[in-house]
Design a protein around this ligand. Sequence first.
Ligand code: BG6
Ligand code: MG
Length: 216
Amino acid sequence: MSGFQAAIFDLDGVLVDSAKAHFVAWRRLADELGIVFTEHDNEALKGLDRITSLRTILALGGRTVADDEMAKLAARKNGYYLDMIRQMSPADQLPGADALVRSARASHLKCAVASASRNAPLLLERSGLAPLIDFVADPGAIARGKPAPDIFLACSAALGVDPVACLAFEDASAGIEAIVAAGMFAVGIGDPEILKGARITFPATSAVDLAALLQA
Ligand code: BG6
Ligand code: MG
């Protein structure tokens, strides 16, 4: 039997198909600002909080703006994003997401979500996953975002589980870095070339072999 007692999931790109909507919303804003922003640029933004993402995009265009303008631009991007995800339903879960969380629960793992997104509670409700999750971290209450370990440590503390007994799932390089810094077992979802620090990587959520992980 494994010593794992908890599973901590990133949301965007791990449980819910929302990563593309973040990209499309950022690209719309970047276009309006006359900044070229590609899917390759977006890869480095995954897992980062909203303001850090905006600062990175502005830097790509060699731009800086005052704090109040930053807030307005971030709100504009969030409006574009919400317009896209407002219609979200359980059909927008990533394939295998519901089954993965249910099998974690069936294996007596407590389940938490560690997402940088302030929209995480809305997405969990809309996608139908909320009843399966014991704790959702509030990124607004956490001082340092990913790649700092804080949001993962907030989850393990809330669940009352030692970080070394946590399996954590991420699709972003910054997220894997955060998991490793938290002292947890990092499971990458995506390209192993991008998620280099992960202990193991699966190409998609649907490909995760939880039984094998629990024997690790
Ligand atoms: C992360 C996404 O989960 O949340 C990022 O990977 C996103 O792309 C970040 O920018 C913040 O999300 P939100 O919904 O608070 O703007
Ligand atoms: Mg993600």
